[in-house]
Design a protein around this ligand. Structure first.
Ligand code: CDP
Length: 244
């Protein structure tokens, strides 16, 4: 994945990051609910230069049947990167990384979805990464929540996600690809703002206990910003005039 210039200035003397943002400034985020007519629910997100499409299908019958659970519905998530989504063509076969991210996103969504209302069925979430630029798991999780809501699946809350991190010994919000490659830490966070519960927390890098607490706080505050945009996307489709 690397090949980046490790000597790149990640934070200049004015506290400005390599892409011109301030330390607590997220990238431009655009979320659209709906868009795929053959899916039960869908969403499209642009999160900086990440471009991601999500389709949700179900609740529907499970095949093979022995995979189903008589007590509850099951959630299945596939995170898939298009070969053209990254600079160096990605092999189309599922990679270890894609399998891990699929699992992480599934586990981050499960506390939000009322699967117990649909025993013996499955809800399938297909995530297509069209363009990647650091932070795809957070952007995908955010869009998947909107797509599940768009499908009318009962939910306790939506999961909003963004990464906090550390570059040049400074805690930052929303880690881009350069900062992920050359920075000191990357902490993706998924959070249910109404329930005040974290459903995803990973950490790549080293932080002091104080930095750790600050990253969680900065990340949770960032998730609240993302949450407003998720709600706006659904409002625009169901109650608004444009974008539906
Ligand atoms: O995307 P996310 O930050 O959730 O996951 P990551 O494994 O930390 O990957 C960081 C970034 O590396 C991705 O967003 C892509 O931009 C890039 N990447 C790549 O260039 N080639 C790959 N085969 C996988 C990831």
């Amino acid at each position: 994945m690397g090949g980046r210039d490790a000597t790149m200035v990640l934070l200049d003397e004015n506290g400005i990051r390599c892409d011109g943002r301030k330390v607590d400034e997220p990238r431009r985020i655009m979320i659209k609910a709906g868009g795929l007519k053959n899916a039960d629910g869908s969403a499209y997100i642009e999160f900086g230069d990440n471009k991601i499409l999500v389709g949700v299908f179900g609740p529907r019958d499970v095949h093979p049947k022995h995979m189903s659970n008589t007590d509850t519905g099951i959630l299945r998530v596939r995170y898939h990167m298009e070969p053209f989504s990254v600079g160096e063509r990605k092999n189309p076969a599922p990679s270890r990384r894609e399998i891990e991210i699929s699992k992480v996103i599934k586990e981050a969504l499960e506390p939000a979805v009322m699967l117990e209302k649909f025993p013996r069925t499955a809800v399938d979430v297909f995530i297509e990464i069209l363009q990647a630029d650091g932070g795809t798991r957070c952007a995908a999780l955010t869009a998947a929540s909107v797509a599940l809501a768009d499908a009318g699946i009962p939910m306790r809350d939506m999961v909003a996600a963004i990464a906090a991190g550390k570059v040049a010994d400074t805690v930052i919000l929303d880690v881009n690809n350069e900062e992920d490659q050359a920075g000191q830490a990357d902490m993706p966070i998924g959070y249910m703002p109404s329930l005040e519960k974290i459903t995803l927390l990973q950490l790549d890098g080293v932080l002091t206990p104080e930095e750790y607490k600050k990253c969680v706080q900065v990340g949770v505050d960032g998730c609240k910003l993302v949450y407003d945009l998720q709600k706006k996307a659904l409002n625009d489709k169901y109650f608004g005039n444009k974008g539906g």
